[in-house]
Design a protein around this ligand. Sequence first.
Ligand code: 6LW
Length: 503
Amino acid sequence: MPLQHQAARVANPVIPGFHPDPSVCRVGDDYYLACSSFEYFPGVPLFHSRDLVHWTQIGNALDRPGQLRLPASMPSSGGIYAPTLRHHDGRFWLMVTNVAEGAGNLIVTATDPTGPWSDPVRVPGVPGIDPDLAWDEDGTCWCTFAGIAQVRIDPTTGQTYGTPRKLWSGAPGAKAPEAPHLYRVGDYWYLLIAEGGTERGHCVSIARSRTPTGPFEPCPANPVLTHRSTDHPVQNTGHADLVQAHDGSWWLVFLGVRPRGGTPGWHVLGRETFLTPVTWEDGWPVVGEVALDLPAPPWPLVPGPAEEHRDDFGLSELRPTWISLRDRSAEHCSTKERPGWLTLRARGDSLDEPDVVFTGRRQQHLACRARTLVDPSEGRGGLAVRLDERHHYAVEASGGQVRVIARIGSLRTVVATRPVPEGPVVLGVTTREPAPPHGPCTGPDVVCLGVEDPDGTFTVLAELDGRYLSTEVAGGFSGRVIGMYAAAGTVHFDWFDYEPVGR
Ligand code: 6LW
């Protein structure tokens, strides 16, 4: 891999788009990171990096139906929450919660992080979300989870021993002590947590003890990271994980959001993964300033392979960046049925269904453009920007017509229609900044949906306010996903391309 000319500053978020709850570990000079995935299949995106700055998705830990079943009845923002990824004893360990009814906590392992990952081991004795795994010097394993409580565990069998004990709940009165990670650093065990809820009050706090089981002494400088009550462009900073780099320096990965527009501000890409350096003073970590352009780490940068903007669906397996709603059975989603095309077969008649057949990718840039060539001759379907089943914009084709549909809360409306020649048609969506003047009521962005004429001219059929596809409006934990769907019959897609517009 060629080394990039050393840049002075590098872009944050290091993993943009809907990639929350990052958990990171290092094996030699390689770094691995996992995120939450909620109602999408496959679950738990996994990334690799050689420099902590450039991350390439190498797979998804839960990529077989036997590992992950997400029932249609499960609401959006249910499903897979907050993994912990660790390397111990020659193996990768990933513990995560499936909040879908009857599922709970589970552990999967792999010797190669690109997979295969094992079938899940269930952990019924851990009654909370955000499970962490940490091993004592003698090999004893501790599972610490939201609350913050802890129980001894055999991670190979999922057996827990005794009842969970409360450890520390962060600042008195603060809501939602969660996202614990426990580490041995020097003479202390450090318990890193998030608190204040995952919204504007979110923060990161830490406590330490001589033993992994406490008692824990809170850091006098808590919270060690928060952007609450500031006008910093990165808000909701929290849910963090620490890693010591190969040169001995320390770094924090954490989630943050980029709200835009007037007041109260709307973030549309979900919670993203950021990086910042950490130093130690008097045995406590000091979190460096969070910047959208981060001072480059003091080692050669190693960019991964350039991201391919276009997918011609020529491979028998979909790339790991594609995610589908609830499941991805061959009957409903296939690149084999019509080689060189993605074939989606409908189940449910609109994007308003929680388990509509939808396969997409995370919107990772504030301004972007996506297009697809759809053949609707055997059905009805199109291109959508989806936040959840109650918040989405789509441009769809069938029967010689293209229509733009907006669903906002309980309102659904056809915003525009246009006749098109029968046969395959290119549908497109772009997101851009609102035109000036900007005021207190200006939204975060504008979502433009349209169609390309046979001569290649793109016609915008509707320009819609992006705030309605933001977390502040829709609620929940996810972010925008742009993708293809089938709402009736069988719909074929020849290619899909996505690219940032500007930076
Ligand atoms: C996650 C919790 C949180 O389990 O949000 O921001 C929840 N932190 O730790 C869902 O991502």
